[in-house]
Design a protein around this ligand. Sequence first.
Ligand code: ADP
Length: 254
Amino acid sequence: MEKRTMIAVKDLVKQYGDFTAVKGISFEVFEGEIFGLLGPNGAGKSTTLEIIETLRQKTSGEVWVDGINLDENPEAIKKIIGVQLQSSGYYPGLNLVELIKMFAGLYNQQVDPKALLRLFNLEDKANARYKALSGGQKQRFSIATTLINKPKVIFLDEPTTGLDPQARRNLWDLIQQVRDQGTTVVITTHYMDEAEFLCDRCAIVDSGRVIAVDSPDALIDNLVASGFERKKEVKKANLEDVFIHLTGKDLREA
Ligand code: ADP
């Protein structure tokens, strides 16, 4: 089946003064996939994401989201995307249900806050304030809020940074659920195990350029086909497997 393009980026350039942070990036994200932007710090991932999210001005190039040209109608793009807010956007006096109601009001959307919280295993926290949540709960809430305007695409910038292994795996499951319910997901991550597990396709970005785009399996197969071999024999488990085996998969959210 022909895949539908949800995001197209063509020859995107971003200059900060004399410095060119994004040097002519092109890629496509297909509808219904989890697409990863991978790369070292300073590669230009956040800049690229923020331009697509209409939060930053590009220097040149073209961007379409669901067929809408960024130059022609950024407001229409804003309506169909879900973006994680900075935690400073969560008014300290409001509990999770009240925050969801407030955002729903801003977006002019009917949302059942309890149902949304249930989807993200946060039902027990309905009456809690954001600052009383654990790291994993905060991330789950922040991803939940991206869905309030019923977007076609959500953007997650390093969604699992700072979480323990159980909370990371739980979040991976949730992100897959979001995709399986039809939302396209774009994430950035430094964790290659995360990208390998989660991403249907990814772009590897380095120094403002895309140097590879494919599924994780295809990227690995290409490397192996080029004659690459790991120095040591691959172990049948890693330390994270030991950790999860010993401490269990259950979320810890004291
Ligand atoms: P990444 O998300 O991959 O870590 P960024 O997009 O944040 O990369 O940054 C890419 C490059 O652009 C970095 O060298 C960064 O220092 C620079 N940069 C980012 N934002 C600004 C800005 N507002 N002004 C000047 N330089 C910036």
